[in-house]
Design a protein around this ligand. Structure first.
Ligand SMILES: [Zn+2]
Length: 337
């Protein structure tokens, strides 16, 4: 009889280690699964309130959530005295100009920003958009021809008469003590808005933001936390945190975030200011599929309704994949800014 045949017909009960130890481990695991407090019970403590409670409750909820998130992001309390802006490069293109400038983000840290502007800005005021790249991109991605997912949305906006500012948010290290990665990324974008406000050719009442993927996520954060942003376009990032726990870079997560909110709650902080979200039909099910986007969207709509701003809200399900759908973005920003 072969060894294989013998094993099939004869259980060796003289080796209980191989039977009882796994059985014991399995039993312990099951007991812990049932008895341990479910993590879900502690999540999303500040979920969007019932909108039937009315406008005042929603507005005070927004203030409270912003304040809690600001603490968890470890945003700085103070800003540098000046930008100490230094022009590093200037390229004149056909009808528009692209500059690279270094500015002070915190008292001890500088960032580089790119600014695209129409060539003729004399004595005029323009709306402005903070354009934000995704993983693997940089401050030039929104302007470059070879970055196909972005469809040159920064350049296209400049051609339509917007000032566009970009910076880098793709780092995965924390630069300064007592900060968080997401907090530093967001802070640098807030400083872009601060800088725009110092420019005589920018209409400070018409500043928006837009981004794809990680850039969409950061546009969501900027729109939610900085009320100077009047219109936000988020491409490829309307989803839930449970989905982001799988098959994604985990840089979206920081301590205490999930206990306070899920993504629809953060989007709801943007209300009543304009919000467009875009999700592509070709997004794989484990990425940013329209089915999850629609579910999240259903949670956001009532907040806009109660704040009387449903006309400033748009969900675009486009036939593409994980990319910017350029025409709906341009149309929305032209109408809303
Ligand atoms: Zn990441």
């Amino acid at each position: 009889m072969t060894k294989r045949g013998r094993n099939r017909t004869h259980f060796d009960f003289h080796k209980p280690f191989f039977i009882y130890v796994p059985l014991f481990v399995f039993t312990i695991f099951m007991v812990f699964s049932v008895c341990w407090p479910a993590e879900d019970k502690q999540l999303r403590r500040l979920k969007i309130p019932e909108t039937s409670a009315g406008k005042d409750i929603i507005v005070s909820w927004q203030d409270k959530v912003r304040s809690e998130l600001s603490k968890k992001l470890y945003l700085p309390d103070t800003k540098p005295e000046s930008f100490a802006a230094k022009q590093l490069k200037k390229n004149e293109n056909n009808g528009w100009v692209l500059e690279e400038i270094e500015i002070q983000s915190t008292p001890g840290r500088q960032i580089r920003v790119c600014m695209g502007a129409p060539a003729d800005i004399k004595d005029k005021k323009f709306p402005a958009v903070v354009c934000i790249h995704g993983h693997g991109g940089n401050r030039y991605s929104a302007f470059e021809e070879n970055q196909t997912l972005y469809h040159q949305f920064g350049k296209r906006l400049v051609e339509r008469g917007f000032i566009v500012i970009t910076t880098d948010v793709g780092q995965h290290e924390v630069y300064e003590k007592n900060r968080t990665l997401m907090g530093e990324r967001l802070w640098d974008l807030i400083r872009c808005v601060d800088y725009l406000e110092t420019l005589p050719f920018v209409d400070v009442n018409r500043i928006g933001c837009a981004g794809l993927s990680l850039g969409g996520e950061m546009a969501m954060w900027l729109g939610a936390m900085d009320t100077r942003i009047k219109a936000t376009v988020v491409c490829g990032f309307l989803t839930y945190m449970d989905q982001m726990e799988r098959n994604h870079c985990m840089c979206w997560k920081f301590e205490g975030l999930r206990e306070v909110v899920d993504f629809p709650d953060i989007y709801a902080l943007i209300a009543p200011r304009a919000l467009q979200c875009q999700n592509g039909e070709k997004e794989p099910p484990d990425q940013f599929p329209p089915s999850l986007a629609r579910k999240a969207w259903e949670e956001i709509i009532p907040v806009y309704e109660v704040l009387g701003a449903k006309d400033r809200l748009e969900l675009v399900i486009h036939p593409g994949g994980h990319e910017v759908s350029i025409e709906p973005m341009l149309k929305f920003l032209r109408e809303q800014l």
